[in-house]
Design a binder for this molecule. Structure first.
Ligand SMILES: Cc1ncc(COP(=O)(O)O)c(C=O)c1O
Length: 419
């Protein structure tokens, strides 16, 4: 579809812009993968139907979906669904105003429930983690402040950092993400404040940076950690308070951004803060001021999820989920595959080669299991992974089925093996 001749006769306007975009390096890489491996690329799949046990119908195939972030299975919970329906009756589908003008009571209720659940003074809700990162990072790292960003952090942290840099912050990349390296970077810095931003759980591997060690170094220099805990929310720590809460013991000196869309199965994000800081963040975060809010029906559902997380039922859900994760990881280790991340519901199998990664994902799909074949730029070049997401409403039989098919696959394709 895109080639160098396509637009040469139409040098201006939308066509020339399209040509320029198609020349971009990342686009070229994507197009070359799509064109070389049209069957295996599988980036535009559409589910026509799904059920409560994570089966999805895509075209003429029924497969078990191991590609959902709804880790606790609450997207299928009747109470969460009913809260959204009742919320739509009460508030309508959307209140149609930026919260910079007014909020509905459901915003305040959800923030208060989240703060109680997290045992923090306050939280501020954003429409998504992406928008939280893009709005908050430039707000907390202003002109002349030092902002250190883990090179492996989520794209939206880097996008926020670009805006902070344009506004005058001094931005440095942290790699490797270790306390020693951070300490070196902070030594002798004369900047007014330092914010150190990273993920709580890396989204493509399921592993985590050493938060406690990084926190000690940041604190010692008067700095603060900014942790995007999108994949830790609802999963790690006491009552699912997140990886940062588990590793740091307290959320008192951290800006922790959690997701309301993944384990929560609702929509949105939040940042933990003091009530005083919240007031300031509302005045400084562009995406809060200039964007719309989470629709109120979802905020009603957030309150219901908080109830579930605070109940003994949560322990049962987590026991089920952790059993499934352990079953999967043990099976992958028996197959001697290279497993990244063993604790989180995101379990990645390192394949490396891009073509092999796509072919492996397609093989699994053809044999009844959907997992995500992840390539550059989400991971490095030649660092392709099969990203498996375990959900509490998977069955043990589904996990075993996936392992059996992976065992067959490793007889067909020479996959990398653990040392
Ligand atoms: C670490 C991390 N941050 C942010 C996001 C984006 O979250 P959202 O969809 O709420 O914008 C993701 C998405 O998976 C993520 O993994």
């Amino acid at each position: 579809m895109f080639n160098s001749q396509t637009f040469t006769e139409l040098p201006c306007g939308l066509n020339s812009l399209t040509q320029r975009l198609s020349d971009d390096g990342v686009v070229q890489f994507y197009l070359s993968m799509r064109d070389q491996f049209p069957d295996g690329h599988m980036k535009d799949l559409v589910a026509q139907d799904l059920d409560g046990a994570r089966h999805i119908r895509i075209g003429d195939r029924n497969v078990v979906n191991f590609g959902s972030d709804s880790f606790l299975g609450l997207d299928q919970d009747a109470r969460v669904q009913a809260a959204i329906t009742a919320g739509a009756k009460k508030w309508g589908t959307h209140n149609g105003s930026s919260r910079a003008f007014y909020s509905v009571q459901a915003n305040l209720d959800a923030e208060s429930r989240l703060a109680d659940w997290l045992n923090v003074e306050d939280v501020l809700i954003f429409p998504s983690v992406t928008l939280a990162n893009i709005g908050l990072i430039p707000a907390v790292a202003g002109a002349h402040d030092l902002l250190i960003v883990d090179r492996q952090a989520h794209n939206s942290i880097h996008e926020g950092a670009k805006i902070a840099k344009a506004d005058g912050a001094v931005v440095r990349k942290l790699f490797p993400c270790t306390a020693e390296r951070l300490s070196e970077m902070l030594a002798g810095q004369a900047h007014s404040a330092s914010v150190v931003a990273m993920d709580g759980v890396y989204s493509m591997s399921g592993s985590s940076p050493p938060l406690a060690d990084l926190d000690q170094v940041a604190r010692a220099s008067g700095g603060v950690l900014y942790v995007d805990d999108a994949h830790g929310t609802g999963i790690f720590g006491p009552r699912g308070n997140g990886m940062a809460a588990r590793e740091l013991g307290t959320l008192d000196n951290v800006l922790m951004v959690g997701s309301l869309s993944k384990a929560f199965s609702c929509m949105g994000a939040f940042v933990t803060c003091t009530t005083e800081l919240k007031l300031l963040l509302k005045m400084k975060s562009s995406t809060y001021i200039f964007g719309g809010p989470v629709p109120p029906p979802y905020l009603e559902a957030v309150c219901v999820v908080c109830d579930i997380l605070m109940s003994t039922e949560y322990d049962q859900i987590m026991r089920r989920l952790n059993r499934l994760i352990r079953r999967l990881v043990a099976g992958l280790e028996r197959l001697n595959l290279v497993v990244l991340g063993r604790e989180s519901p995101i379990v990645a199998v390192l394949i490396r080669d891009e073509e092999l990664t796509l072919r492996a994902g397609k093989w699994l799909f053809d044999h009844g299991f959907y997992v995500q074949s992840v390539l550059f730029p989400a991971v490095g070049i030649n660092q392709g992974v099969l990203r498996i997401q375990v959900n509490a409403n998977h069955t043990p039989e589904a996990v075993d089925g996936l392992l059996n098919v992976l065992a067959d696959l490793s007889k067909q394709i020479n996959l990398p093996h653990a040392a």
